[in-house]
Design a protein around this ligand. Structure first.
Ligand SMILES: *Cc1c(COP(=O)(O)O)cnc(C)c1O
Length: 383
């Protein structure tokens, strides 16, 4: 081994990495991702040389995956006969969910979803023979239920409800959607990529958060990401389906690897992020996650107060640890903040900018950020 050459390469890589914005330096305030917990990093490194796509070669890894899915099953109140599949994130889980709905109802094409849906559904419509039927939002930025009900017809492939929208963290009226879809016998998928790791803990803390999970009998599948509020390492998201038999519909024969059939999209995939997510679940448990969410919510409300003191307002009251600040010119503010070393996300269509109170966005980070934000707002004529 040529150590000198390796050192040179690593030095160059470090230089590149230094130009990245960083969670730990408190620069990233608009992302739904965060630093993996230290235990997640250690678990990840242990499993670098694994491939759960070939499970009989890595039975230990496979067992960890089953244990992690069992944790999710309990978290989501999934029935005994449910089954999860693990993939790269929310996008992949949403693709698999619509793929499943399509295989259960091959002749149907129309996917009903709120205007607040994540852009992954645009990719889905581009990949599959699916037409997106967008439903307007009501005054609370939730999917308009009456409108959704009206749009269900014999061509309806499925309905998408969002539990924690990407822009505002809003939860659609899932219980009502569940009733409607059960009555109409339509597939209901819940995109809880972000909210899946928050809502169960908000409920434990006594926040007004509706049941979004399999407690609603009409819910057929749920997307949930460990690499967002799960505080684990990228890439990891899961799709939980109500009936494991359904997975046969999205499985193919895999004659030359160690399992006869494989569901989902990926083949080769690492056990590293799975081990990381499992390690965090074991380490934090429900109690640890609840404490974490409590901190994030406290920081959210603390910041709302500080923003109001500046004389700015929100698009809507926070439902979870996301706020959207109303601005005259969000792009200009975001650009100015970038120059000051801060990253928040603009939402042009709401004329707002988003802050996500992930665990790395601590009170200290906020206290450093607010004066900079105020100065930028002052200089650009926002306030
Ligand atoms: C983040 C997010 C996604 C996409 O997930 P990725 O892990 O980025 O692929 C989908 N839906 C919602 C609601 C999200 O917040």
């Amino acid at each position: 081994m040529n150590n000198k050459k390796q050192d040179e390469i690593l030095k160059k890589l470090k230089k590149y990495h230094e130009t990245d914005f960083s969670f730990s330096k408190g620069q990233i305030l608009g992302s739904m991702c965060t630093q993996p917990l230290p235990i997640a990093k250690k678990a990840y490194n242990l499993f670098l040389e694994t491939n759960i796509g070939d499970p009989k070669l890595f039975p230990g890894s496979k067992e960890i995956e089953e244990k992690y899915l069992f944790f999710l099953k309990k978290l989501l109140n999934a029935p005994e006969k449910s089954q999860g599949i693990i993939g790269s994130g929310g996008t992949e889980s949403n693709i698999s969910a619509v793929w499943l709905a399509k295989r259960l109802n091959p002749s149907k094409k129309e996917l009903i979803l709120p205007k607040s849906a994540h852009f992954s559904f645009k990719k889905i419509a581009s990949i599959m023979d699916v037409r997106l039927v967008y439903i307007k939002l009501d005054k609370n930025y939730q999917m308009d239920i009456k409108e959704a009900k009206k749009k269900i017809n014999s061509k309806t492939l499925g309905v998408i409800g969002i539990a924690g929208t990407t822009e505002l963290g809003v939860i659609d009226p899932i219980t009502e959607l569940s009733d409607i879809c059960q009555k109409e016998n339509v597939f209901l998928h819940i995109d809880a990529a972000f909210g899946g790791y928050i809502i169960p803990f908000l409920q434990k803390l006594g926040y007004k958060a509706p049941d979004f999970d399999f407690k609603n009998p009409g819910v057929c599948s749920i997307t949930i990401d460990a690499h967002k509020m799960g505080c684990s390492a990228i890439p990891l998201g899961s799709l939980m389906v109500r009936n494991r038999e359904w997975l046969k519909k999205i499985s193919v024969d895999t004659p030359y690897i160690s399992s006869p059939k494989q569901p989902g999209i990926l083949a080769t995939r690492s056990a590293a992020p799975v081990a990381a997510a499992y390690a965090v679940a074991k380490y934090l448990g429900v109690k640890g996650y609840t404490n974490l969410v409590e901190k994030c919510m406290n920081n959210t409300f603390y910041t709302v107060k500080r923003i109001e003191e500046i004389g700015l307002g929100l698009v809507t009251d926070p439902v979870m640890n996301i706020i959207a600040i109303k601005l005259k010119n969000p792009a200009r503010i975001v650009n100015h903040l970038t120059k000051q070393g801060y990253k928040i996300n603009k939402i042009e269509k709401l004329s707002a900018a988003r802050i996500v109170f992930m665990p790395h966005v601590t009170k200290q980070v906020i206290d450093k950020f607010i004066p900079v934000f105020r100065k930028v707002c002052n200089e650009t004529g926002e306030i």
